[in-house]
Design a protein around this ligand. Structure first.
Ligand code: UFG
Length: 349
């Protein structure tokens, strides 16, 4: 079976995708700097997959992709062991919108340099199949009811800008290569939830900014209440509407994308991964309360600057090209996310 390099494989989406790859029979190499993730996550991946380290289906390298020599060694070592890396899923990167506004150079340096290095080293090692972890944030203020892949790209913060330019870089590399490369830019909407086992999940370091990890902390009585940013948006109940997607559906989308590229080489694709269903903050909170039978105190506050009323995917392209469809409901997301929090109140420790 093929070996896939997963950069940032100990992160939230990365770890769930590692599980999906293992389940599908792929061997994986995880390259992670562990600056925003925890090595315990790898033990949990092995546990869920019923594997042990000696089986060598999961190799782990602590690595900052800005170090080219280190990255090159990962490819060389895998080749020497008879399992050359045939595809890469590139998650590694910084992802906090707030932090990126305060410290843009950190984001440009980290996200861009690592992606440039990765492409160079892949090319040198004759591995040209790449799935890139992008984001719906590349669309900025689209204003469309459902956002499709042809929508204008206009990110509004440094984090989004790095995703945008890396997508552009991917297109430039592809255009120059006479079809040597097979690339997909996956634009995620709002991934939440956790693996059904409750052994892995999102483990934000410091104070979370996103609504779902905040709901988990409020339900766990770590934070007294959720502040809902705005109650006068032009939406069904006045609160912001997003396209929440279960992280395992997203993970399956990565595996199907990789397989699509293996079977249809020499193409570049920009693909939305969302459910196409809009859920308001109030609907999310109420579903969470109902399914988990727990209180989530909230109050309303001012709109957060840079927020949009509604961000929901047109996912018809991903459904047709990947033969993928998200199958897990908002109830599943709320239940699985809370199960992870209850089993790991302090994350991976
Ligand atoms: N919200 C609150 N209170 C909070 C946090 C959020 O009411 O404390 C609301 C927001 O106003 C918004 C909704 O919850 O209406 C979702 O907000 P998130 O911060 O969870 O997510 P965003 O949609 O703002 O952004 C997320 C990621 C980005 C990514 C984007 C893709 O943070 O990195 O989805 O659409 F790019």
């Amino acid at each position: 079976m093929k070996t896939i390099l997963v950069t940032g494989g100990a992160g939230f989406i990365g770890s769930h995708t590692c599980l999906a790859l293992l389940e599908r029979g792929y061997d994986i190499v995880i390259a992670d700097s562990f600056i925003n993730s925890n090595p315990i996550c790898i033990d949990r991946i092995l546990k869920i997959s019923d594997l042990n380290k000696s089986q060598n289906r999961v190799n782990v390298v602590q690595s900052d992709l800005r170090n080219k020599e280190n990255l090159n060694k990962i490819f060389k070592d895998a080749k020497q062991q008879g399992n050359p890396i045939e595809g890469v899923i590139h998650f590694a990167g910084l992802k906090s919108v707030n932090e990126s506004v305060k410290n843009p150079i950190l984001y440009w340096d980290n996200n861009l340099i690592s992606s440039i290095n990765l492409i160079k080293i892949m090319d040198e090692n004759d591995c040209r199949t790449l799935v890139f972890s992008s984001s719906a944030t590349v669309y900025g203020f689209s204003g469309k009811y459902l956002i499709n892949e042809n929508e204008k790209l206009e990110p509004i913060n440094p984090y989004g800008n790095t995703k945008y330019v890396i997508e552009k870089l991917m297109h430039d590399i592809y255009d120059s290569s006479q079809s040597d490369w097979s690339i997909a830019n996956l634009r995620y909407f709002n991934p939440i939830g956790a693996h059904v086992s409750g052994l892995i999940g999102e483990n934000p370091i410091g104070l979370p900014n996103n609504v779902f990890p905040i709901i988990l902390q409020v339900a766990a009585r770590i934070i007294p209440e959720l502040k809902i940013y705005g109650k006068d948006w032009p939406t069904k109940d006045g609160t912001g509407v997003r396209d929440y997607i279960h992280v395992m559906d997203l993970a399956d989308g990565h595996v199907l994308t990789m397989e699509h590229l293996f079977e249809n080489s020499g193409k570049i694709l920009d693909i939305n991964l969302g459910t196409g269903i809009g859920t308001s903050v109030l609907e999310l909170v109420n579903t969470f309360k109902k399914i988990n039978k727990i209180e989530v105190p909230y109050s309303f506050s001012e709109r957060r600057s840079g927020d949009l009323s509604r961000v929901v995917a047109d996912n018809s392209f991903s459904r047709s090209i990947l033969n993928w469809s998200p199958i897990r409901s908002i109830e599943d997301m709320c239940r699985d996310g809370w199960n992870w929090k209850v089993l790991n109140p302090n994350g991976f420790i």
